[in-house]
Design a protein around this ligand. Structure first.
Ligand SMILES: *[C@@H]1O[C@H](CO)[C@@H](O)[C@H](O)[C@H]1NC(C)=O
Ligand SMILES: *[C@@H]1O[C@H](CO)[C@@H](O)[C@H](O)[C@H]1NC(C)=O
Ligand SMILES: *[C@@H]1O[C@H](CO)[C@@H](O)[C@H](O)[C@H]1NC(C)=O
Ligand SMILES: *[C@@H]1O[C@H](CO)[C@@H](O)[C@H](O)[C@H]1NC(C)=O
Length: 653
């Protein structure tokens, strides 16, 4: 178990990061890989086949199922990494008019609001994309979307592998078979000295690759997508109709704006503890699919979608005193290459959650928003077509029931497989074994900021061996309490119970159009300039509001959940444990913590141009409730905490 690591929440602008950025500025823009012959006819044939539009889902044998790796893990598999970089670069240089080009695939989500695969819009929804947000279909719609992207990319990667000379071709073709879409785990403790934002994504605008035609410097396809060319008519309004490439935390709203990936990295690093706590709670404390799935229907709590929203907002950027970049808006986000790494992570969370809650599933609800083929008010169910994702060449579509088992698309995730004695991945069919493995992974990966990890450390330190069922023995509790005397743990636990504290945020109509993020600070002074927030020691966490930008003359209905109230959370427990540890608070019990939070918790909100909304605190349309819940700690890594009913203790806004 990783030790409780509250003290490590420091901004990490590494030297290598800074160096990479300064080098970039003085280098000629790099381009595509030169294969030594004209690859375009081959690529065109590959992407133009009618079957290229169908999301193939017939994989059944273990041999056909590969493991989607974390991006830093994939980078260690050098041949696959080379193929991935070349494949993504090739995809980005394909003709934007082709449905399975990078532009065509990214364009399914939001802008340019065009018909894909001849799947027509319903009347009144022409000015939206196909994506479903604030909807029970949020997790399931994005699953075949990622599978389609993976399939197109995989096809190009197989093609590229065939370009190697005889002596090496077999090796690269073997590597190409291994390729699956990587995910980016933004809640994982980053490697020592590194940032949550991997260097491969934000470190440099170019990359040196040893391809089939030798070593060449090409544009880093994970750093930005350059429109070829930008269609200013399609993107309707500024600054998006002037930015010729995707930007993160842009320096300004002008055409020559630069990304600031260092700032994005700092913000992500500061928020990692918050993201890990939110994920840990989502896995352990949410068992209702409707609430789990999206940011609108969970009344007053967290959701997969809200957690995902925060990453969109952070990567797009805020607080820099200029407009946010592409990732921060539903309509433009999919053009930033990081989108697909992020959504692969979202799909992984969904798959892990499904394993923990195998019986929870889509139940019929009314759609609160419209998308390209869905009308507001329409009933959505597990058999609603997930357009435009074809399941066959005769025009049938995938639905949520059809995508419930992700392995039919030929992939799975590291936590959902076992490694057998031959060091080969096998699909784990034994439900009990799988549950234990997955819970262990969740504890190991995301539990280190929770008091649960502190309790597990105590159980281990006291030498108590427990298996599910035979625990909670009075004698064991006494031994733990004896060993904990005088430590922080003694103040946090009553038996094996502790209090979780959460800020539950709900953003409603008056604030939806302008709010981009809600930030919390504990004790001390909140810096006046939001650019100083990321480095403020009293900063606790952020919830991002991922919406649609207002654009053009149509200020009315635009895609996504932007007219719909959205909820999310920022966990306060780890920060409070830190205060207990420093002697500033007696315990996490309501009698102690409520008064402390009333006196010391501060909230600030930012608008989409980085401006502070409402001065020092609350804004009309943003409700913030401070919620506590009694939680039973796990006695082994094979268990997760058990949450009691959350209770709003007071209202901050
Ligand atoms: C640019 O976008 C407009 C509006 O969507 C479209 O009509 C036009 O065909 C596009 N131009 C090109 C060159 O793709
Ligand atoms: C990026 O943001 C950091 C932190 O605010 C700042 O120090 C740095 O000057 C910015 N870099 C650029 C190139 O704007
Ligand atoms: C899940 O939550 C929704 C919304 O609160 C509710 O309508 C539904 O009955 C719940 N489902 C189950 C299985 O409890
Ligand atoms: C379409 O194809 C699917 C799968 O190949 C098949 O099950 C279905 O019967 C076909 N439907 C029609 C209308 O041909």
């Amino acid at each position: 178990m990783t030790p409780f690591r509250l003290v490590l929440l420091l901004p990490l602008l590494t030297l290598t990061h800074a160096l990479a950025l300064s080098r970039t500025a003085t280098t000629q823009p790099a381009g595509a890989y030169n294969y030594g012959f004209d690859v375009h006819p081959r690529v065109k044939r590959q992407l133009g086949r009618r079957s290229a539009l169908v999301v193939q889902g017939k994989k059944t044998t273990a041999a056909e199922i590969g493991v989607r790796q974390e991006i830093r893990q994939l980078e260690l598999d050098k041949d696959v990494w080379t193929l991935y970089v070349l494949g993504l670069s090739m995809l980005q240089f394909t003709d934007q008019g082709v449905a399975t080009s990078y532009y065509g695939l990214a364009g399914i989500h939001g802008m340019p609001h065009q018909t894909w695969g001849d799947v027509k819009p319903v009347v009144g929804s022409e000015n939206t994309g196909y994506c479903t947000h604030s909807s029970v279909l949020f997790p399931t719609w994005h699953r075949p979307y990622m599978a389609l992207y993976e399939q197109v990319l995989h096809g190009l990667i197989m093609l590229i592998a065939s370009f190697w000379p005889d002596a090496e071709r077999a090796r690269y073709e073997e590597a190409a078979k291994r390729f699956r879409l990587p995910y980016w785990d933004w809640a994982l403790n980053p490697p020592t000295g590194g940032s949550v934002l991997p260097r491969s994504i934000g470190g440099s605008s170019f990359i040196d690759v040893q391809g089939p035609n030798g070593m060449q410097r090409i544009a880093n396809p994970l750093y930005t997508y350059s429109f070829r060319p930008l269609n200013a008519t399609a993107f309707v309004s500024g600054p998006w109709n002037t930015w010729s490439r995707t930007l993160r935390s842009p320096s300004s709203g002008s055409p020559d704006a630069q990304s600031n990936n260092s700032l994005v990295g700092i913000n992500l690093d500061k928020n990692q503890a918050s993201m890990a706590q939110r994920l840990y709670t989502l896995f352990a404390g949410y068992d209702n699919y409707t609430a789990f799935s999206n940011n609108a229907l969970g009344a007053q709590g967290d959701s997969l979608e809200s957690i995902h929203d925060t990453i969109h907002t952070m990567v797009g950027g805020f607080g820099a005193g200029s407009p946010a970049g592409h990732m921060a808006f539903i309509q433009w986000s999919a053009f930033d290459p990081v989108f697909f790494l992020h959504h692969c992570m979202v799909d992984r969370i969904f798959a892990i959650w499904q394993t923990l809650h195998p019986n929870a599933w889509v139940t019929p609800t009314r759609s609160l928003t419209n998308s390209y083929t869905i009308r507001r008010g329409q009933t959505l169910s597990a058999s609603t077509a997930l357009t435009p994702f074809f399941s066959s060449e005769n025009g049938t579509f995938w639905d949520s029931n059809g995508v419930r088992d992700h392995t039919k698309f030929g992939y799975t995730y590291p936590e959902l497989v076992l490694v057998d004695t031959a060091k080969k991945y096998v699909i784990n069919k034994n439900t009990m074994t799988q549950l234990r493995t997955v819970r262990q992974a969740v504890n190991r990966l995301y539990g280190s900021f929770s008091p649960a990890s502190l309790f597990l450390d105590q159980v281990h330190a006291a030498g108590i061996k427990v298996t599910t069922g035979n625990n909670k023995l009075t004698a064991a509790l006494n031994r733990i309490a004896q060993a904990a005397k005088g430590t922080t743990a003694a103040k946090i636990f009553v038996g094996d119970r502790y209090h979780e504290w959460t800020a539950a945020i709900r953003v409603t109509a008056p604030a939806l159009a302008k709010a981009s993020s809600v930030h919390f600070f504990l004790s001390g002074v909140v810096p006046a300039d939001p650019r100083d927030w990321a480095s403020a020691q009293n900063w606790v966490g952020t919830m991002g509001v991922f919406g649609s930008a207002k654009y053009g003359q149509d200020q009315g209905e635009v895609s996504g959940g932007h007219e719909v109230p959205v909820s999310g959370t920022v966990p306060l427990t780890a920060a409070l444990v830190g205060v207990v540890n420093q002697g500033g608070l007696e315990s996490l019990e309501e009698g102690d913590a409520e008064g402390f939070l009333r006196r010391n918790l501060k909230v600030r909100m930012l608008g989409s141009e980085g401006e502070v909304l409402g001065g020092e605190g609350c804004v009309e349309g943003v409700e913030v409730g401070i919620v506590s819940a009694v939680v039973a700690a796990p006695w082994s890594e094979e268990e997760l905490p058990k949450w009691g009913e959350p209770r709003e203790v007071f209202s901050l806004c």
